[in-house]
Write a protein that binds this ligand. Structure first.
Ligand SMILES: C[S@@+](CC[C@H](N)C(=O)[O-])C[C@H]1O[C@@H](n2cnc3c(N)ncnc32)[C@H](O)[C@@H]1O
Length: 289
């Protein structure tokens, strides 16, 4: 990078200023976030910052970084400010049309990748695809997989399509606007779903980043949090091929009830997979012959 070194608007001074304002807004990891904002706006790499902390910024870069910092102090999620998030070590476009992908959803991706058939041609569904992280990651990792990615939000589906294109799997990810699996015909080798599972009355208690910025339709699982999952569980048997499975992400304390729902829906050999915090996070049921 060929930037002048100047005592004026330096990256390190700006990072310190932004870190202070983020910390006073109650944001944990304020320094790291400040570095991310400055690096993103100025195109400075981590190496540049370490080697030349006094690297000068243009007034425009300074203003843009301050603008993002100000939005962040109002608790807008950092990935929305940057327009991107990482999932399963891949970069994804994100926007307020969909939730910010969560690390725990990687458990669901991994569970599906481990269990998917190794046959050359297979077809899966990602129900409630949002920005399409599961559909794209599964298509990238499972050779020959075609995925139907459904969502009720057309804005989310536009993101999912763009993400599939960027990850060069658009020819194997078919995004469809519909309720759950309503528009999907034919037997699926597997279904993955990270559907809304927060109880309606708990949404006001969530952190502001989620409560005030993520789409309510992506979070609100109704009175007991399981209204959408319950509707899906009665559809699965008819959509999953014999020998196939459905894997659902659930909230803390919901795994037993969702296991019962899958069992009542005709799925067998129920498995529960914990996340890295030890919370039962993914419930899997198989359609046996
Ligand atoms: C918790 S977000 C998950 C998004 C993405 N799969 C992920 O893991 O990051 C839930 C998604 O389900 C969608 N959704 C909610 N109800 C739905 C329904 N009845 N049918 C299809 N999608 C639905 C929402 O629009 C939202 O995009």
């Amino acid at each position: 990078m060929s930037r002048p070194v100047s005592p004026g608007l330096t990256a390190s001074a700006l990072i310190s200023d932004i870190a202070k304002s983020l910390a006073s807004a109650g944001i944990e990891g304020a320094r790291t976030e400040a570095e991310v904002i400055v690096k993103a706006v100025c195109g400075v790499t981590a190496e540049d910052l370490i080697a030349r902390p006094e690297v000068a910024l243009t007034p425009d870069e300074h203003a843009r970084a301050m603008g993002l910092a100000s939005r962040r102090t109002r608790r807008e999620p950092l990935p929305y400010l940057l327009g991107r998030a990482e999932f399963y070590s891949l970069p994804f476009l994100v926007s307020p049309a969909s939730i910010v992908p969560r690390p725990e959803t990687e458990i669901l991706a991994e569970a599906a990748i481990e269990r998917a058939p190794r046959t050359a041609a297979k077809i899966g569904a990602d129900v409630g695809t949002g920005c399409g992280v599961l559909a794209s990651v599964l298509a990238r990792h499972l050779c020959g997989l075609r995925v139907v990615a459904t969502d009720i939000s057309s804005e989310a589906l536009m993101l999912a399509r763009e993400n599939a294109r960027r990850h060069r799997v658009a020819d194997r990810v078919l995004s469809v606007r519909c309720d759950l699996l309503a528009a999907v015909t034919g037997a699926l080798d597997f279904v993955v779903a990270n559907l809304p599972y927060v109880r309606s009355r708990d949404i006001d208690q969530l952190q502001p980043e989620i409560r005030d910025f993520e789409p309510r339709g992506a979070l609100d699982g109704g009175a007991d949090g399981l209204c959408v999952i319950r509707r899906l569980s009665v559809q699965l048997f008819d959509h999953v091929a014999t020998g196939g499975f459905a894997a659902l992400e659930v909230g803390a304390g919901q795994a037993d009830e969702v296991a019962n729902l899958l069992g009542r829906g005709g799925l067998r050999s129920i498995e529960v997979v914990p996340d890295y915090s030890g919370i039962d996070r993914v419930v899997i049921g198989w359609r046996r012959g």
